[in-house]
Design a protein around this ligand. Structure first.
Ligand SMILES: [Zn+2]
Length: 220
C-alpha cells in the first residue's frame, strides 16, 4: 500500500509511515477524531441533480448484488484548497459509520470514491480486504476512464464508469484467486493478528470483524 500523505510505498502492517511519519492520528487531527454517521451516498456539495439520485443509488445496489460481501460508497464534496482527498478518503473510510450499509459488509470491505467537485478530482480508497484485488494502478485506471466526465461536471457518469471499471478488476482478481488462492492471497502476506490493531490501513474499531475475508465472492 501507499502512505495517504507522502504516497510512498509502505508495508501493510506499518503503524506509521517510515518516510514521513504519518499515522492514523494525523488524519484525525485534520478531520476530527469522532466517528461520523453518514449514508453510503452523500452529496454535501449538492451537485447531483434530483433526477440523478435514483440512478446513483441503483449503481451502488448493482455493485452490492454482484459482490455480496462488499459495498461502494460515494462522497461528493467541495473541498478547500490544500485538502488531500487521499488523506480525507483514508480518514473517512476509517471513521464512517454507514447507516444504510448492512453489518455483513464492514468498512474493511468497502470502496470509497471521494470526489472534489471544485477541483474536479477524485480518489478511491478501499478497505484492506480488497488488497489482493485492487491496487494503485487499477484504481488510477478506473478514475482515468472517468476523467472526461469528471471535468465536464457529469458526476453520475463519472461514478458509473469508475464503478464499472472496478467491477471488472474485482472479477478478474476473483478468478485469479479462485485458480490460485495461495499465490493471490499470500502475496499481500495476510496475517490477521498483525493487521488488526493500529495498522495504517486499519478501519475503525466498530467495523472490525474477527476474521479477515478469505476471498471476494462474485455473483455472475
Ligand atoms: Zn508517508
Amino acid at each position: 500500500m501507499r502512505c495517504p500523505r507522502c504516497v510512498q510505498k509502505i508495508h501493510l502492517a506499518a503503524t506509521s509511515c517510515p518516510h514521513c511519519g504519518f499515522t492514523v492520528e494525523h488524519a484525525d487531527e485534520l478531520f476530527g477524531d469522532q466517528d461520523v454517521s453518514l449514508q453510503k451516498f452523500s452529496d454535501p456539495a449538492g451537485v447531483l441533480r434530483m433526477k440523478e439520485r435514483k440512478p446513483m443509488r441503483k449503481l451502488m445496489e448493482r455493485f452490492e448484488k454482484r459482490f455480496p460481501q462488499l459495498f461502494v460508497s460515494v462522497y461528493l464534496g467541495a473541498f478547500e484548497e490544500m485538502t488531500s482527498i487521499r488523506q480525507f478518503g483514508f480518514w473517512l473510510l476509517n471513521r464512517a459509520a454507514f447507516s444504510d450499509v448492512d453489518v455483513n459488509r464492514p468498512n474493511e470491505n468497502g470502496i470509497l470514491i471521494v470526489v472534489d467537485v471544485t477541483a474536479k478530482t477524485a480518489g478511491v480508497t478501499y478497505g484492506y480486504s480488497l488488497l489482493p484485488y485492487l491496487d494503485d494502478e487499477s484504481t488510477f485506471d478506473a478514475l482515468s476512464a472517468a476523467h472526461p466526465y469528471l471535468i465536464q461536471g457529469e458526476f453520475l457518469q463519472a461514478i458509473d464508469l469508475t464503478i464499472r471499471k472496478l467491477e471488472t478488476t474485482l472479477k478478474k482478481g476473483w478468478r485469479r484467486a479462485k485458480r490460485n488462492p495461495e499465490k493471490v492471497l499470500g502475496e499481500i502476506g495476510q496475517n490477521p493478528v498483525a493487521r488488526t490493531k493500529a495498522s495504517l490501513k486499519g478501519v475503525r474499531v466498530g467495523n472490525k470483524i474477527s476474521e479477515p475475508r478469505e476471498k471476494v465472492e462474485v455473483r455472475e
